[in-house]
Design a protein around this ligand. Sequence first.
Ligand code: AP5
Length: 279
Amino acid sequence: MVCYLKIKLFWRFIVNIVLLGKPGSGKGSLVEILLKSVGCQGMIHISTGNILRQNIKDGTELGQLIQSYTEQGQLVPDEVIIDLVRDRLSQSDVDYGFILDGFPRTVAQAEALTEMTKLDLVVNLQVSDKEIIRRLSGRRTCRQCGSIYHTDSIGDPMVCEKCEGELFIRSDDKLEAIAERLQVYRVETDPLVNFYKKQGILCRVRCTGKSREEVSALVWDQIMVFSLKKMEENIERIFANPEARRELAEALAEGRRIGEQLRKASIPTYEQMHTPCDI
Ligand code: AP5
C-alpha cells in the first residue's frame, strides 16, 4: 500500500485514476478538492481539456488545429489526442499516480490507454442532463488560476476569491455547444462504462443533488477501498516488517481523517436547497 497518503512508504502502491462523466459532471471541481484540500501529494492531474485550451490560448500549431473542434463541442481527432496523452504519460512526474480527466473519450482512446499504462480505478460521475445544462450555463472559470465556480455561489463583482483573477465563460459553454457535447458523450463516451465494467475497475458515483465535497468524500472512499484491497494482497510482507506496520496504521488513520474532513466540509448544493434529494 498505500497509494499516495504517504509517499515515503517504501511499500506504497501508486493509484492511477480515470474520471468518466458528462461535460459539466464535476470532474475538474472534484480534482481541485481532492488535490488541494486532501493533500494528495505527488499525484498529477492530467486534463486533456486544459491542455488543449492552453494550446489555443498560446496560439500553438496544435491550438490552431483543434480550436474549431472544441468551440463546437466536437471531439478532437483520436490520433491527435492519443499522441498528446502518450507524451504526457511518458514524463516522470506521473510515477506517483495520476488522475486523468477528459481522457479517454472514445473506445479507440481507451484501447490506446490500455497499451500505455495500467489503471487502478475508473470513477464514473453520474449527473442528469437537466443538471448539466444548469451547471454549464452558470460556470465561471478563473483566467489566472483555473479555479471553477458557479454563478449561484459567487458574489458580485465576479472575481476569483483565491487570486482575484478575472472569471470568464468558456466558449463551449454556450447552449448549442452544450447540446452537441452531450450528444457526442452519449455516442462516443458512454460505451466506455461497459468497457471498464468488464475490466472490474469501474465505480459509479451518483452526483445529482450532492455537493462537491460530498462527491469528493465518496470518491475518496473508493480510493481507500482500492488501497485496502492492495494492502490485503501484500499483508504478509507488511506484517513481517514493524516499520511497515506502523506506517500502515498511520496512513489508514490519516485516510479516515481525510474522509471525515471532506464530509464535514459538505455544504448544501443549489438542488438540495430547492428540491428534495433523489438519491
Ligand atoms: P473538457 O475540458 O474535458 O470538458 P468536459 O469533459 O466537457 O468537462 P468540463 O470541463 O466541461 O466539465 P467538468 O466535468 O470538469 O465539470 P466542472 O468541474 O467544470 O474538454 C473540452 C473539449 O476539449 C471537448 O469538448 C473536446 O473538444 C476536447 N477534448 C478534451 N479531451 C478530449 C479527448 N480525450 N478526445 C477528444 N477531444 C477532447 O463543473 C461544471 C460546473 O458545475 C461548475 O460551474 C462547477 O462549479 C459546478 N459543479 C461541479 N460540481 C458540482 C456539484 N457537486 N454540485 C453543484 N455544482 C457543481
